[in-house]
Design a protein around this ligand. Structure first.
Ligand SMILES: [Mn+2]
Length: 391
């Protein structure tokens, strides 16, 4: 059998509710989706695996649903396989209940694991021009598999406290080695408990899938047992770094070759800047420093760190205002610590002095195990920063 080519496209979250520039941001999500669709054609992908959260909500707008249906219908020769996630579960009001999905789209109908079999007759093409990183072996050398079996299940509500990796009798799938076996599922792998479909690594190993294409974790992660392709298009500072899809091939012996391909319509990064060596903490000086050390093309979260003298105060709001407009999006976070002589401050006849005296008392309590030393020290630093300069 020829190598089986696939793409994992997880967590597209189309129609997300953006607080700002919602229309523009949804356009960007579609742009990322379009790019993935053209890659399906470019890489001649046979199986487009969608392990959940294709839509951000259970009932997305009709325009978006129609747009997705049209895009899938255009993928001639590609089988699109969808497992509903916690954001887009299979419900009566979900678009997955529509009867008019294109013929090449297969949706797992329930929370019980089920299987779709694709025999050799469906595979008429093989991937070509995939690039040097993916290897082919000649077909004579390898034992023939009978076809591809894709296993999966869909969320039926926004939570799944019990694993979806079992059938209605609670049994895990028994796989036939005569097929290439793929799992498409939304959930949390490698955790003992989760409200979002806990997937045990041991069970995955017991099943012995050739490929486990998972969704739910919003950053790319590949282990010996499974692959999360991560969110298709980043939506904010909690989705940092490259976002995109995974493309790959499975050989007849079940060898899986994959490649993460970034699709960064909008990229979010976090940059730590140490200001310990600085002498000027004004908005002018710090904004200059930040601009010189970061890439203005990217959505940037600036995290200031290091030790700042007590008398200095970083004007985070001022910096934020100054930098807004210089990047597609920017956020300034002050994680600096103050340099202070706690004993001297505790002797001050001021609110700040009282605060530090009380905190030092608490610090003494840490010996009884009442508080953690680090928490008290952090609280003191935050408190002192809140008091600002002299009181
Ligand atoms: Mn998600």
């Amino acid at each position: 059998m020829k190598n089986v080519s696939f793409m994992i496209l997880a967590d597209a979250h189309l129609d997300s509710d953006f607080a700002r520039d919602c229309h523009l941001r949804r356009e960007e999500q579609r742009k990322a989706f379009d790019k993935a669709m053209s890659m399906v054609a470019e890489y001649d992908i046979e199986y487009l695996l969608i392990p959940g959260d294709l839509f951000d909500e259970r009932s997305p707008g009709k325009v978006t649903v129609d747009y997705v249906k049209k895009a899938f219908a255009a993928l001639k020769g590609t089988k699109v396989i969808i497992a509903g996630g916690n954001h887009d579960p299979i419900t009566t009001d979900s678009p997955y209940a529509d009867g008019d999905w294109p013929h090449n789209v297969y949706i797992f109908p329930s929370k019980n694991i089920s299987m779709m079999e694709f025999g050799d007759k469906y595979r008429t093409r093989r991937a070509e021009g995939r690039g040097a990183s993916l290897l082919f072996r000649s077909e004579e050398e390898i034992p023939q598999k009978k076809g591809v079996r894709v296993y999966g299940a869909s969320f039926e509500g926004h939570f799944a406290r019990e694993t979806l990796l079992s059938d209605e009798r609670g049994e895990i799938p028994a796989l036939s080695p005569s097929y290439i076996n793929i799992l498409v599922l939304h959930g949390e792998a490698d955790v003992s408990r989760s409200m979002y479909n806990p997937i045990s690594k041991d069970v995955l190993r017991e099943c012995g899938f050739d490929l486990c294409a998972l969704g739910h974790v919003h950053s790319y992660k590949k282990t010996d047992d499974y692959i999360y392709s991560g969110v298709l298009c980043s939506r904010g500072f909690d989705e940092l770094g490259d976002c995109g899809v995974v493309v790959g091939e499975i050989t007849d012996e079940g060898r899986v070759l994959t490649e993460f391909i970034p699709i960064n319509i909008r990229k979010y990064v976090a940059e730590e800047i140490d200001v310990s060596e600085e002498t000027d903490f004004s908005v002018d000086a710090l904004s200059e420093l930040i601009l010189s050390k970061t890439d203005k093309e990217l959505c940037t979260k600036v995290i200031l760190k290091g030790i700042v003298p007590l008398q200095e105060k970083i004007d985070v709001e001022g910096l934020q205002m100054r930098l807004t407009g210089k990047y597609p999006q920017v956020k300034v976070v002050d994680n600096t610590s103050v340099e202070a002589d706690w004993r001297l401050i505790s002797e001050e006849n001021s609110l700040r002095g009282i605060f530090v005296r009380k905190m030092l008392e608490k610090l003494r309590d840490t010996e009884d195990g009442k508080y953690s030393t680090k928490n008290i020290q952090d609280a003191m630093k935050i408190g002192i920063k809140a008091f600002g300069g002299k009181l």
